[in-house]
Design a protein. Structure first.
Length: 85
């Protein structure tokens, strides 16, 4: 039984490389801190923009897919993640 569980865990471990920030992650309110925290989660930030009282970080994951990571400017927490174009 232990061998089956270990094999299952190893089979799915490559997907861990494609980690992304998730809603609730605190990335910070300073753009440099937020950029570093989002990059540590596997998404390289190319731009920040303020919109509707929130901060949006535009980033690409390791597969090259673009995302908007919406950050609350008061708490520094991720409030939403949208797939980009």
């Amino acid at each position: 039984m232990k061998k089956i569980l270990l094999a299952s865990a190893l089979a799915f471990s490559p997907f861990a490389a494609f980690a992304m920030p998730v809603v609730g992650d605190v990335v910070g309110t300073n753009p440099d801190d937020a950029k570093a925290a989002i990059a540590a989660k596997g998404c390289t930030v190319s731009d920040f923009e303020a919109e509707d009282g929130k901060v949006e970080a535009i980033c690409k994951d390791e597969a090259g897919k673009t995302f908007e990571v919406v950050i609350d400017p008061q708490s520094g927490a991720v409030t939403e993640i949208k797939a980009g174009d």
